[in-house]
Ligand binder design. Structure first.
Ligand code: C2E
Ligand code: CA
Ligand code: CA
Length: 677
């Protein structure tokens, strides 16, 4: 055989490279000493490595049909040489990796062709590490190699630093033993297993608690069934990403999920065909608090409300800030309580006043609207809109309250939207006008002044009450424009009458607290008076006294400015709240208008009459002018006069009159009311 192959036995035997010769059937026909030594060193399965063994069978065991074809191509001199990696089994079942170089070997005389195969063992940490070590060490990524048992074979410098370990201590040890916390990260463990068993690349990103950072790990399966793993510390990028998500999905003031994430949440519940209830929560007086105090007060209240709602939501329900002073609470799991009982739980959060940092304590009430999915709406947008509609319904009740959505509410909501839209349009020629209600001296029957009461003959809705559109204007932020428009109309009329009749009427104008808080508005107000040449003594401002309204220092300063300018100040609806009483001592109020609810009780019961008497007494004691509102009956006039209140306003005398009727009666006609007794 040797002769046939025609190679020098001497050379073959002394060659340092482990060599075998196979024929074109794959049969091993010759082996050298180096090969025999190598087989012993690696304890390779002898049957296959000695002369007469079937080398192709060996390759087939590791699935290498292609390799066989390549070797045959070399033998048939179709290719000159072929290099491959080949694992050979050892007696203990391990596969030892070799780099195999195949060259053709044939005797010129012989028809039989052969191949000379040189086998070089590849220790993983030599080839992949030795030749690449310098590269690996200079990598910016961490890198490590494991064998098929997850024992660490190699770990580069970056990985050493990244994982805060000492190479000497971890090499040779099992990865999971060295980094036990990593094993508890299920996705990481599973990714490694998958990469090793299925021989696929795997990539995961995970937070690693002991190093308090995020890492991206890529695992590549190796020929020796081990893994090559690249690690990147992506903590910084992740932080940036989380901040972005935070911005995208969370409200930065309260930390609650924002509108976008609520949409996501709702869509997910909807997708799971779940029944749920949506509670639309509005903080009633936040806008007012912002105007009367400052934004930081408002912000503090929002945060506190958010905390209370978050606590109620727990892990079961979801709560988010929709916008401004609106929160959305999604009740995902119905407990024993009914929707109404659950609404009561929400409202109970607002029972106690909010204690702020600066020792201020502010009472905040909330209005809650409830809508159910899928009963009340097919889509999430409609569900939220319907819950909001119910919330507006709840708002009509003073203080905290809730309302459950019903279809009728939507008509009212649409009406509100129509009003809101009308307020944003050009106000002249849009149906706005004002009426004047006479104020009478009950002793003489003469006119002492008039209150301006707005009206709106809406193009599609018809005559609207100011109670309806003033509230919408206040909520939608159009109140300033509306009031300025009204002022120009009123001043124009006053000027016209003054020049035509040579007399002026003391005119009272209603102002909301938000207007008086706004210095720019107050500037405009005074400028308009100057522009129209209206003497301040003919103007009175009416400000309401309501239980929930407290006036900020800014509002008081603006009122003081008006007062100093010469405008008189009247307190409207007196008796319906108590806050004003404390201000009465701070600056001189000119007039107090006793609310009609007290007047209506005259003759009804003694207790109410006694209360009214003490109110009159209080006002007289601080030296204010006094007016009784809503006077409808002679009996009321009698009682009031007997108790020292002599100025009246009410239907008994006149309803609010259109400007032309007022003009005809008082300016052209100089009307005097008949006084009984
Ligand atoms: P208010 O300032 O308390 O005005 C008195 C309200 O009582 C007016 O209702 C008036 O028509 C009504 N009234 C007068 N006499 C009697 C009576 O004898 N019996 C009864 N039951 N009611 C009487 P109106 O005109 O509907 O105005 C309602 C409220 O709307 C006003 O209450 C005022 O707060 C507000 N308002 C009206 N016009 C304006 C305005 O131009 N600006 C602002 N900010 N508010 C306005
Ligand atoms: Ca008034
Ligand atoms: Ca009033």
């Amino acid at each position: 055989m040797k002769q046939q192959i025609n190679i020098s036995t001497e050379w073959f035997n002394v060659a340092k490279d482990p060599l075998i010769i196979i024929d074109n059937k794959g049969k091993i026909v010759e082996v050298n000493q180096a090969w025999t030594d190598l087989c012993a060193e690696y304890d390779l399965v002898k049957d296959w490595c000695s002369i007469g063994a079937d080398y192709f069978k060996l390759i087939r065991q590791t699935g290498g049909q292609r390799e066989i074809q390549a070797i045959l191509n070399v033998i048939n001199k179709e290719i000159l040489t072929y290099e491959k990696k080949q694992t050979l089994p050892s007696t203990n079942g391990e596969l030892v990796p070799f780099s195999v170089n195949v060259i053709p070997l044939n005797s010129e005389s012989s028809v039989a062709n052969y191949a000379l195969l040189s086998h070089q063992p590849i220790p993983v940490h030599s080839i992949e590490a030795i030749t690449a070590e310098s590269v690996l060490e200079s990598m910016t990524e961490g890198f490590f190699l494991t064998d098929d048992q997850f024992n660490l074979i190699y770990l580069n410098d970056v990985a050493e630093r990244m994982l805060c370990c000492k190479r000497a201590e971890v090499i040779g040890r099992n990865v999971w033993d060295s980094f036990p916390d990593a094993k508890t990260i299920k996705p990481l463990y599973e990714a490694y297993e998958r990469a090793a068993i299925e021989k696929v690349e795997a990539e995961i990103e995970t937070f690693y608690e002991p190093l308090a950072s995020w890492f991206r790990l890529k695992a590549y399966p190796l020929a020796n069934n081990g893994l090559a793993i690249y690690i990147q510390d992506v903590g910084e990028r992740k932080k940036a990403e989380i901040t972005l998500t935070q911005y995208a999905y969370f409200d930065d003031l309260t930390g609650l999920p924002n509108r976008r994430s609520l949409i996501k949440e709702g869509a997910s519940l909807k997708g799971q065909d779940k029944f749920f209830s949506l509670y639309f929560i509005n903080l009633d007086n936040l806008k007012l608090i912002n105007t009367l105090h400052d934004y930081s007060t408002g912000n503090q209240i929002l945060k506190m409300a958010a905390d209370k709602l978050r606590e109620l939501a727990g892990a079961q329900h979801k709560v988010g800030r929709r916008d401004g002073d609106n929160f959305v609470f999604i009740r995902c799991f119905a407990d024993k309580s009914t929707p109404s009982q659950f609404a009561e739980k929400i409202l109970a959060l607002f029972d106690r006043p909010f204690d702020l940092d600066n020792f201020k304590s502010i009472k905040v009430s909330a209005s809650v609207g409830i809508a159910h999915f899928p009963e009340d709406a097919e889509t999430l947008e409609i569900l939220v809109a319907n819950a909001e509609t119910a919330m507006f319904e709840a708002k009509k009740v003073k203080g905290s309250s809730y309302a459950v959505f019903n279809a009728e509410m939507n008509n009212r909501r649409n009406r509100k939207l129509v009003i809101e839209e009308g307020l944003t349009k050009k106000l002249s020629d849009s149906g706005f006008y004002f009426t004047l209600q006479p104020q009478i001296d009950g002793m003489t029957g003469e006119l002492t002044g008039a209150e301006v009461l707005s009206r709106w003959n809406h193009p599609t809705l018809g005559e609207l009450s100011p109670l309806e559109f003033i509230e919408v204007a206040e909520q939608s932020g159009t109140i300033i424009a509306l009031t300025q428009h009204l002022l120009t109309e009123v001043f124009t009329k006053m000027k016209e009458w003054e020049s035509r009749y040579g007399r002026s009427i003391k005119t009272a104008i209603n102002m909301t607290p938000s207007l008086l808080c706004c210095s720019v508005f107050v500037d405009t107000f005074i400028q308009l008076m100057e522009q129209y040449g209206i003497q301040p003594e003919w103007i009175e401002i009416e400000i309401t006294e309501q239980a929930e309204i407290t006036y900020s220092d800014k509002t008081l300063a603006n009122l003081m400015r008006c007062k100093e300018y010469g405008i008189s100040i009247a307190i409207d609806d007196f008796g319906t709240g108590f806050s004003m009483i404390s201000y009465l001592t701070q600056f001189p109020v000119n007039k107090i208008k006793i609310d009609k609810c007290f007047i209506q009780k005259i003759g009804e019961d003694q207790k109410s009459e006694a209360l009214l008497q003490s109110l009159i007494h209080l006002v007289k004691s601080i030296g204010c002018e006094l007016l009784a509102e809503g006077v409808e009956r002679q009996e009321e006039v009698r009682f009031l006069k007997n108790n020292g209140c002599t100025i009246f306003q009410g239907y008994l005398f006149d309803k609010p009159l259109k400007a032309e009727d007022f003009e005809a009666k008082f300016l052209r006609g100089n009307y005097k009311y008949p006084i009984g007794e």
